[in-house]
Design a protein around this ligand. Structure first.
Ligand SMILES: C[S@@+](CC[C@H](N)C(=O)[O-])C[C@H]1O[C@@H](n2cnc3c(N)ncnc32)[C@H](O)[C@@H]1O
Length: 243
């Protein structure tokens, strides 16, 4: 599959995102994690989507700037959080002044939507410049452990109802460390495609990107909750721009 334009994923998923990913929660654990570590705002959330975690961040006292490439996602975010600052932009090119940002949060694997070679490293370098000295870059990502060991393609059933089936079709490229996929909704009214494309960077690769950008790693753990200390299939990593 060709690389997708930055707004394609969000525009295709905006109508189902909150319903399909309701089990992710509202980000209260994420907000508590930031507060406990003294992470400062304003918080720029890259790929803010429909604003799943915005309410929890604001309830914790953070000013939030929600950035997303998708007009459809941002329309949902605006509806849910009318007073939150919104920026429509590609996260590869964040249009905020150097040194102006307290922290950048990239939740739920969103950095990996930058699937083209070198795009994540370029974004991390650009984000590091936007941070104030002492500012934090906080990532939640899949580790990718074992992901590319099995079959290189699969078709699974995401949901099945009397009048609709959603299939998930995935193709892995172990050399490029990419996954290209489609959620395919089939119903009597037709077929709807929701494409996605991810480049999985290992934790070590992310560390190398951050180091090249002048950031230091502060912490890595398995998730946002107090008990999520061990890294499993995902990790939360905190980087800091030195003072
Ligand atoms: C997996 S969703 C995450 C939404 C939200 N952060 C959450 O945790 O539920 C990824 C979001 O990133 C956005 N996105 C994907 N690629 C992007 C890009 N290159 N620039 C800006 N936003 C992008 C999509 O539109 C979508 O809203």
């Amino acid at each position: 599959m060709q690389f997708l334009p930055p707004d394609r994923y969000g525009d295709a998923f905006a109508d189902v995102y909150d319903q399909w990913y309701a089990d992710l929660g509202d980000g209260a654990d994420l907000a508590a994690f930031l507060v406990a570590r003294g992470v400062e705002g304003p918080v720029v959330e890259l790929g803010v989507g429909s604003g799943r975690i915005v309410g929890a961040l604001e309830a914790s006292g953070y000013a939030v700037i929600g950035l997303d490439a998708s007009a459809a996602m941002l329309a949902r975010c605006r509806e849910a959080h009318p007073s939150t600052a919104i920026v429509r932009a590609d996260m590869a090119r964040v249009p905020l002044a150097p040194g102006s940002v307290g922290s950048v949060v990239v939740a739920f694997n969103t950095l990996f939507n930058l699937a083209e070679p070198g795009a994540q490293a370029a974004a991390v370098a650009s984000l590091a410049e936007r941070l104030r000295p002492g500012g934090h870059l906080v990532l939640e990502c899949l580790t990718g452990d074992g992901l590319f060991d099995d079959a290189s393609s699969s078709v699974g059933v995401r949901s099945i109802e009397a009048d609709e089936v959603v299939l998930t079709v995935t193709k892995l490229d172990p050399d490029a460390h990419t996954l290209a996929g489609q959620h395919v909704t089939i119903s009597e009214s037709g077929i709807r495609l929701r494409p996605w494309h991810l480049r999985i960077s290992t934790p070590a690769e992310l560390d190398a990107m951050a180091e090249a950008a002048g950031l230091e790693r502060v912490e890595r753990r398995g998730g946002w909750g107090d008990d999520d200390t061990e890294v499993g299939d995902r990790h939360v990593t905190v980087y800091r721009r030195p003072v």
